[in-house]
Design a protein around this ligand. Structure first.
Ligand SMILES: [Zn+2]
Length: 263
């Protein structure tokens, strides 16, 4: 009986050791016996992303992708946006460098056929990685809008279903071109593109295009009531993005209600 118990404890400990890399939380870790570092939240998000992306790309045990956190060392306006997104939707933006010229490499020096990486939704968390250097403002805003759409899919599925109706608002050419482009880059990364994946990417690209417009963010900033005035200037909107804006404003309202509920 005692032997069985010891065996069970050993199995339990082994299981704990096995899941350790992914269950790393806010605790500090030992890098060496002499030095003890406190991990920052960004380190944890990046650590988890590296695990998730390396697994998705089916890399073998000793190979992983390299992503560097920038620890908010980005121009101030971008951190204003970060604060707004946190307040409005409870989502953390983690500024990172995916690699020189945005080409992500592995520790073995391989890349994925020159594929560029600009953003990533960290699974099982409310965080997105965003390429924070060597990018123009509109491109960064586009990436944020794109990745936020993926977060909405998981956090507010009902709103997301309404948003997804905009997939019918783009031309066949737009769809075909995006499908070709995504399929091409996914193949290089050893990942299949299912019909569902494509539909989710399509709406993320549509919202991403809205994210290039200052007026999109200005409207959200008004609803979140956080951005210093004059951060954006208003430009003319077309009709679909007005509704997309309304959906994001709704998300902000839902987020506020949920926060109040938790207090
Ligand atoms: Zn995407």
């Amino acid at each position: 009986m005692r032997l069985l118990l010891i065996a069970l404890i050993l199995i339990h400990q082994w299981a704990l050791a096995e899941i350790k890399p992914t269950s790393l939380n806010q605790e500090s870790v030992f890098y060496s016996e002499a030095q003890r570092y406190e991990l920052k939240q960004d380190d944890l998000y990046v650590f988890n992303s590296i695990q998730q992306i390396s697994a998705a790309f089916k890399l073998s045990g000793d190979e992983n992708v390299i992503i560097k956190p920038l620890y908010d060392n980005v121009p101030e306006p971008f951190n204003n946006i970060k604060a707004m997104i946190k307040k409005g939707y409870g989502v953390d933006i983690v500024w990172v460098d995916f690699g020189p010229d945005r080409i992500m490499k592995t520790n073995k020096g391989r890349d994925f056929g020159g594929t560029k990486f600009l953003g990533y939704r960290v699974q099982n968390s409310n965080a997105i990685l965003v390429q924070g250097i060597d990018e123009s403002g509109p491109d960064i805003m586009k990436t944020i809008a794109h990745e936020l759409t993926h977060v909405m899919q998981h956090n507010e599925p009902k709103l997301y279903e309404i948003l997804k109706k905009f997939n019918n608002h783009v031309t066949k050419d737009y769809k075909n071109q995006l499908f070709y482009q995504l399929n091409f880059t996914r193949k290089k990364s050893n990942i299949e593109l299912s019909k569902e994946d494509f539909e989710d990417e399509l709406i993320a690209y549509i919202v991403g295009d809205c994210g290039k417009q200052k007026s999109f963010w200005l409207s959200l900033a008004e609803s979140i009531e956080s951005l210093p005035s004059g951060s954006f200037e208003r430009t003319k909107l077309d009709e679909p993005s007005e509704i997309i804006i309304k959906i994001f404003i709704k998300w902000n309202e839902v987020h506020k209600l949920k926060k109040e509920d938790n207090n």
